[in-house]
Design a protein around this ligand. Structure first.
Ligand SMILES: [Zn+2]
Ligand SMILES: [Zn+2]
Length: 338
């Protein structure tokens, strides 16, 4: 995979677009955002390789976020490339008005449900309405499902549905020079843990879905992952385990907040966990808190009381037996999937 690192000042650090060329076919995985700056940068990088947008035959998108999909329509306009995305994100990427409207309504409802203060909601609304620069136009999208395979010259790409951070997040597996590698999008990142709960409010049970995705990564034990941001991950299974640990520590902190503060809203939990938040993190903080609370509620350890969540007796009992500031999550969700 030929990695092109594209600047991105808004999100998790530089975005990666990947080029895969074989036997006269040129494919790209993710495109970077739709800003002029990123378009110029991508054009320059392609020109250095003797290519232009018109030479791209296939575009594979990992998920709907603008920093991954923004230039897909521009590339498609110039080349007629087929743009592929998972069926759960396809309509958002092609910017079908009904799907976008439903998403926005759901987002606004969650702002209230999570008890985000009005002045902070106003910041989020202005970000949502200013996102056009990043998302660009909507391409025509060919939807795929988990397990679908695609030929790129001599390479075979297999799509894996890896939801959590986004509902239709897909990873693409392939074998390169005898190594089993995967383009992981934001399912597995090397520095930050991908946001769950706020990054795509459509995902029900986001934390549980993401833990299953991470278990899939541990089981697949790829030789390398090519993430949507930053540098390649040389031991994806180990990185997935680290992210599981992180969520077990976070779940413990969420429970501790409830034990110390009493019934708390996702916004109040977020304030304890993350402090003051700016920009899109105003959504990601309470979203991630909610994802944890929702997961703990499904397991019977918290219960909802209006917009607040409170510990159950089962949680208090089990917490008393924990001595490592970690709330076991994966054994349980793993058993649930068996
Ligand atoms: Zn993302
Ligand atoms: Zn991203």
């Amino acid at each position: 995979m030929d990695r092109i690192s594209l600047s991105n000042t808004a999100f998790e650090g530089n975005n990666n677009a990947y080029l895969l060329r074989s036997n006269g076919t040129t494919a790209m995985v993710d495109t970077g955002d739709a800003t002029d700056e990123t378009r110029d940068h991508l054009e320059t990088e392609l020109a250095d390789r003797g290519l232009g947008f018109a030479d791209i035959d296939l575009v594979f998108l990992t998920h709907f976020h603008g920093d991954h999909t923004g230039l897909a329509a521009t590339i498609q306009d110039e080349s007629g490339a087929t743009v592929y995305a998972h069926e759960d994100d396809a309509a958002l990427i092609s910017q079908e008005p009904e799907t976008q409207e439903a998403m926005e309504q759901k987002q606004l409802a969650y702002f209230d449900e999570w008890a985000i203060p009005e002045d902070q909601q106003a910041v989020l609304r202005s970000i949502m309405h200013g996102e056009g620069d990043m998302f660009g136009a909507g391409p025509e999208v060919e939807p795929f499902a988990d397990g679908d395979s695609f030929q790129v010259g001599d390479y075979e790409l297999t799509a894996r549905h890896t939801p959590g951070h986004a509902l239709g997040l897909a990873s693409f597996e392939l074998t390169v020079d005898g190594e089993d590698v995967v383009a992981s999008g934001d399912a597995l990142l090397p520095v930050y843990t991908p946001n769950v709960g706020g990054a795509d409010i459509r995902v029900e049970g986001a934390l549980g879905k993401y833990l299953e995705t991470l278990i899939g990564y541990i089981e697949a034990d790829y030789d390398r992952a090519w993430p949507g941001h930053r540098d390649p991950i040389e031991d994806p299974a180990a990185r997935a385990e680290t992210i599981v640990d992180h969520h077990e520590e976070r779940a413990w902190r969420v429970l501790e907040v409830l034990r110390e503060q009493g019934p708390s809203t996702p916004w109040a939990v977020s304030a304890e966990l993350f402090g003051d938040l700016e920009s899109i993190h105003i959504l990601h903080g309470p979203g991630e808190s909610y994802a944890h609370l929702e997961h703990l509620e499904a397991d019977g350890y918290v219960e909802q009381d209006g917009k607040a969540y409170a510990l159950t007796d089962a949680a208090r009992e089990r917490m008393a037996a924990v001595d490592d500031d970690r709330w076991p999550l994966v054994d349980e969700s793993y058993e649930q999937t068996l």
